[in-house]
Design a protein around this ligand. Structure first.
Ligand code: PHE
Length: 343
């Protein structure tokens, strides 16, 4: 019996040496230590022995069983750690790899923002504040307060988006409503510019877009004249297009100014000689302006008998198109990075 037990131990230790994975370890465990395994067989055989022998064999069997179980435990540990290091090897990670995924590229300011910031700097240096107003505007500020009553045909010049359920609200068609808002907010004397988005219900094409940018200016004080206005606008034109640049003011009707002018600058491409850009005229139309109408001053709470002022509105989007030679206005709000990355 003792001999058979030793043989079993020998067999177990030898078999275990070749075991490298859990499956074969488990199979071997069943074969040797299982309910119907080799060990169990020997135990069964022991039952047939006489009392003395059975006692001795029982003690030996327990010892050997413990030894075999110990050997199994050792091998189980070895298999487990081998599996772990194999997994670690396979699941190798690069700790230097960025964890947030695809690196996002460097952005750049939208060309309209670049030109706007440049003009904000220029006007700040001349003592202007940069004011702001709502894009969803009341019909009152956008039209009525600007001397454009409900039935006035001038409303047709600026068809806008009306808001369902809010008949008295519009998407502002220009930045001019902020003339009055800033008179009310800051009082006079006043020097302010208002850059901002405007909206018109346009059939879009290369020169028309439903969303565009303007830059409004307003100056109010005692004794302000058209001469002051021309001086400021000339400064802006020279800043934008060089010191040679001249401006030309020609009468144009806007209900909220009197007199009103249409402002042009000498074409920076042909220097006034006439080319494709300026349609052979030598001039580029870039702003509307004029002396603020007394009715508008009154709406802003300013006494037109004491104060006078001028206002102007640049098509900021148009300035950008001219500056960069952009031939289709729709690129500017199109959100196409291939276009925007060029600036
Ligand atoms: N608001 C006018 C427009 O959008 C421009 C303008 C501004 C004209 C200020 C005169 C004075 O066309």
């Amino acid at each position: 019996m003792k001999e058979q037990l030793d043989q079993l131990k020998q067999f177990a230790l030898e078999s275990l040496q070749g075991v490298t994975d859990n499956d074969s370890l488990e199979r071997l465990r069943v074969e040797i230590l299982g309910r119907k395994g080799k060990m169990a067989e020997l135990m069964k055989a022991m039952a047939t022995l006489g009392d003395e022998d059975r006692k001795a064999a029982g003690a030996a069997a327990n010892e050997i069983k413990a030894a075999i179980e110990g050997a199994f435990a050792t091998v189980a540990g070895r298999v487990e750690s081998a599996a772990r290091s194999e997994r670690l090897g396979r699941e190798w990670i690069d700790v230097t790899e960025p964890t947030i995924g695809v690196r996002s590229g460097m952005g750049n300011l939208h060309p309209v923002t670049q030109v706007r910031e440049d003009l904000e700097d220029l006007f700040s240096s001349m003592g202007f504040i940069v004011a702001d107003g709502p894009e969803l505007e009341s019909e009152y500020y956008n039209f009525t307060a600007l001397n454009i009553p409900a039935t006035h045909p001038a409303r047709d010049m600026q068809d806008t988006f009306y808001i369902e359920g809010h008949p008295d609200m519009v998407m502002r068609t220009h930045t001019s409503p902020v003339q009055i808002r800033s008179m009310q907010k800051y009082g006079v004397p006043l020097r302010a510019i208002v850059p901002g988005r405007c909206f018109r219900n346009e059939a879009t094409d290369v020169r028309h877009e439903h969303t565009f940018h303007q830059l409004e200016g307003v100056v109010i004080d005692k004794g302000i004249t058209l001469g002051h206005m021309k001086g400021v606008l000339e400064t802006v034109a020279k800043h934008l297009y060089g010191s040679e640049t001249q401006i030309r003011l020609r009468p144009k009707f806007y209900p909220f100014v009197e007199p009103g002018v249409n402002g042009e600058v000498t074409c920076f491409l042909c220097k006034g000689a006439g080319c494709r850009l300026c349609k052979k005229s030598g001039w580029l139309e870039v702003f509307g302006a004029g002396m603020i109408h007394p009715n508008v001053l009154r709406e802003g709470g300013v006494d037109p008998d004491v104060y006078s002022g001028f206002a102007f509105g640049f098509g900021l989007t148009r300035l950008v198109m001219l500056k960069y030679g952009i031939d289709d206005i729709r690129h500017l709000e199109g959100g196409d990075l291939r276009f925007l990355k060029q600036f």
